[in-house]
Ligand binder design. Sequence first.
Ligand code: 5AD
Ligand code: SF4
Length: 440
Amino acid sequence: MRRYHVTTFGCQMNAHDSERIKGMLEELGLGEAPTLEEADVMVINTCTIREKAELRLAAHLGLAKALKDADPGRLLAVGGCFAEVQRGRLFEQFPQVDFAFGPGSIAGLGEWLASERNGAPSGRFGTGEERRFAAELPGRRERPFQAWVQISMGCNSVCSYCIVPTVRGKQMSRPAGEIVAEIGRLAKDGVREITLLGQNVNSYGRDLPAGERLGFAELLRACDRVDAIERIRFTSPHPKDFRSEVITAMAECEAVCEHAHLPAQSGSSRILRAMRRTYDRERFLALVAEMRSSIPDLAITTDLIVGFPGETDEDFEQTLSLVEEAQFDGAYTFVYSPRYETEAASLPDQVPEELKRERIERLIELVQTTANARNERRIGGIEQVLVEGPSRTDAALMRGRTRRNTTVVLAGKVTPGALANVRIEAATSTTLRGTQVVVT
Ligand code: 5AD
Ligand code: SF4
């Protein structure tokens, strides 16, 4: 049997796309190879959000080239966001690539593999109407009890730093009936936790035809009605589109978890304007306050960028103080990275690398202190944990996540997929530790 290997870079949307790539290749009769070295068909699903992703990719493509040189019968396919942004240029830059495809053209890989290939490099791209939902392809889940469910693709925002609209196109929502039917099938198949995926989940539905239009709040309620789904998550919402109806739906739907990943990007209203985020610091903080007062025990995590062009010390201090005021439970922190053809890449006053480094170090330290203090407050309490597998550092312990999305390392007699009540005994900025409580 011919074997494939898929390497994935980037976000959860890419991880979900990779599950569909694997499912499609298995339908074509290929088996999975545990490493790139052992694969006849090597697939790399790429990301281009920051320059770092591309540097890692270049190293990987180097390895794939060496493997192909040793065995020219192997095939190399490159998909995802970097492929989309490069398109034809990819073949000039990396002649070892046989086939390239954008995020909206995953099915093209299957068609190419199944067809008579003539040896010339070829590609399938596109961000228009021809794009297809990866969800239409057969999938292969990493864990039987958790699933991603794609609700939309693309993004209509114009954030000045971001390449996503260029590589994933305008927003296209998936009809709600299809989404709910998929969740019903997943539930029958043993799935207990779903994560709704979209580049901007809470603008879901606005592009659907009038008769089928349904907002994100109504979609959450429809998902909540599916039996046997214990936990519903979603990522990522845009603060500008987080309407009160969604907050109410989160509070009222039992399965919807008490966690929102709410990317702030900056704490300075001046920088937020230059980023074209369309909210300011005050509106962001008002949203956080409304969410916290409506949804008891809510965890809020965020994304923050330092070193956006023109960011002064004063702007950066505003980001630091936002972390304290909003009391984030966690944050992904990024150094601004100029991206091809984005508005911000050509702005004056790019911040020197060294200053960006200094700022991110200070920011990380504050994020950790804040998150640590928030996690310490959980000590002594009992959390419901969905067990995911063994602990990565101690095989005698298990690991899972709370409804608030905090990782818990626990002692107890539990198997992956189980819901366990855990008494919390210790905390760090990212992890809780505890022991399973067994009611007798
Ligand atoms: N530079 C740095 N970080 C970026 N992000 C998006 N584009 C850039 C960029 N050009 C971050 C944002 C976004 C997360 C997925 O990546 O914080 O929310
Ligand atoms: Fe995901 Fe953006 Fe990276 Fe594409 S570029 S994989 S959408 S993070």
